[in-house]
Design a protein around this ligand. Sequence first.
Ligand code: PLP
Length: 412
Amino acid sequence: MTNIQEALQNYKAQYDQLMKEDFNIDMTRGKPSGEQLALSFGLLDMLKSEDADNYMAYFNYGIPGGIPEAKALFADLFDVSQNEVYIGGNSSLNLMHDMINKFMFYGVSKEAQPWKDQKVKFLCPVPGYDRHFTICESYGIEMIPVAMTDHGPDMEQVESLVKDDASIKGIWCVPLYSNPQGYNYSDETVERLANMHTAADDFRIIWDNAYGYHHLGEELIKVKNLLHACQSAGHPERALMVMSTSKMTFPGAGVSALAASETNINYLLSLFAIQTIGHDKLNQLRHVKFFGDKDGLIEHMRKHKEIMAPKFDIVDAYLSEKLYSPEVCKWNKPQGGYFITIDVLDHCASEIVAQCSALGLKVTPAGATHPYGKDPNDSIIRIAPSFLNAEELKEAMDILCVVINYVTLKKL
Ligand code: PLP
């Protein structure tokens, strides 16, 4: 019997053994763990009825663009000026969705044509964030996959696509610790995105800085400022940068923000004002009081790192030690963010996810990282280690490694 056949039999036996157990582990989404959520319980004590008189304006309608304290904090976080900031509701996804919605129905500016009257395409670096793709799908925006590299999207491809096709109206970018690979955009990528010639004069970059302060290493990596780069390149309206505190305090009860040119902010504010008289100003105030300032927020994120980094180490250790051979699987060890991407042998990812599910381990569906849910190579699996505790994560990685070995060796 060859080595591979012996190994396969061995993994099959391990798989059968796991089948006898009763696992129920879910690592489908990048949710903070209870331990991480507890870091922010103090947020709940930030407003006291004794202080209410000081904030009368915040208890009422008004101040639709966000309270000045929150604008100051987010301006600092984005490294822009306060009039280049809009404070949104509890979700940056909501902000991104609403921007696309406004562009569809009203256009990207007072002068521009609504996108709904035109053919609209978006560039989607792949693998990428499934919910960006769902927004496009929901509005009938055609998605064009472009390859992601370890320094951002393949810019040769991006530049050659946008230069002639005026229906390409935008690109989704997760510039720091990208979802799902944890890659960072290089200065050169930022410069090229800001400077490139686009056939569409209403081209927009949705710069989703969801993981801007979510470091796992010692270095606080920073991506070059897109808004400034676009301003210097003479395309000040091209950049639309969003972030939120979802994975700093509480997902679903955080604060989101948009940074863009003053013209864009004023235009979008005029449209957002149709749908809301203002977002939750008390939550904005609670967040500002809780973090204090940018340094306070960075310190808070260091506590998240202490919980998260060991989990990323566990995943890396299991993959390093338990996989049959590096041929069957490549993975990255990001310096931040929430995900680890595993690139398995072609045409194996769906079966691995299905077999994991049969054993009681739920993993993000294969294909979710690609437009229309279709990974042409069927090779990408997204691992989200944050929610599980160390013991559950070890169990999950045990199962995953056995299944990867079993399925890929069958293929080999
Ligand atoms: N953007 C990216 C890249 C994400 O990974 C996530 C959540 O996983 C979000 C946005 C959602 O952010 P929010 O909670 O602010 O809507």
